[in-house]
Design a protein around this ligand. Structure first.
Ligand SMILES: [Zn+2]
Ligand SMILES: [Zn+2]
Length: 136
């Protein structure tokens, strides 16, 4: 396996380390990711692992457009969204691409929720696109 994936929030209060390779890396254009990121999409790396997390994040939960409960964690000091877990699907840990110490490790493989994509949010035309979630 390669180096662990490490990262954290903008101010450094929240830090994580993941010793696994991502199972998928994707850009999500759902309305929740738009509202929460303040722009056209959020970029996620999904891991199946037990992460090491330092620092105390604030959490909020919402049912995603696909019906899955998402527990989003952000830093109470700097407000940066850092990671996400799923209370009904334990074992998954999703981090934001820009929270990585080395964001070049993010290599998006697909775009999901293009049905709610904004015309001003240009994404890689080479990547596979899904109206909603890709089939598992
Ligand atoms: Zn912070
Ligand atoms: Zn989304």
């Amino acid at each position: 396996m390669s180096e662990p994936y490490t990262g954290g929030c903008a101010c450094g209060a929240i830090r994580y380390e993941v010793s696994a390779e991502p199972i998928v890396m994707l850009d999500c254009q759902c309305r929740q990711c738009q509202r929460e990121s303040g722009t056209g999409h959020a970029s996620h790396l999904t891991f199946e692992c037990e992460p090491v997390v330092e620092g105390k994040a604030t959490h909020w939960e919402a049912v995603g457009d696909g019906g899955v409960v998402k527990r989003r964690a952000f830093c109470p000091t700097c407000g940066a969204p850092v990671y996400m877990t799923f209370p009904d699907i334990p074992g998954y840990f999703v981090v934001r691409a820009a929270s990585l110490d080395d964001p070049t490790r993010y290599k998006p493989q697909l775009i999901c929720w293009t049905a709610s994509g904004q015309p001003w949010d240009q994404v890689d035309p080479q990547l596979p696109k899904f109206d909603k979630m890709p089939p598992r």
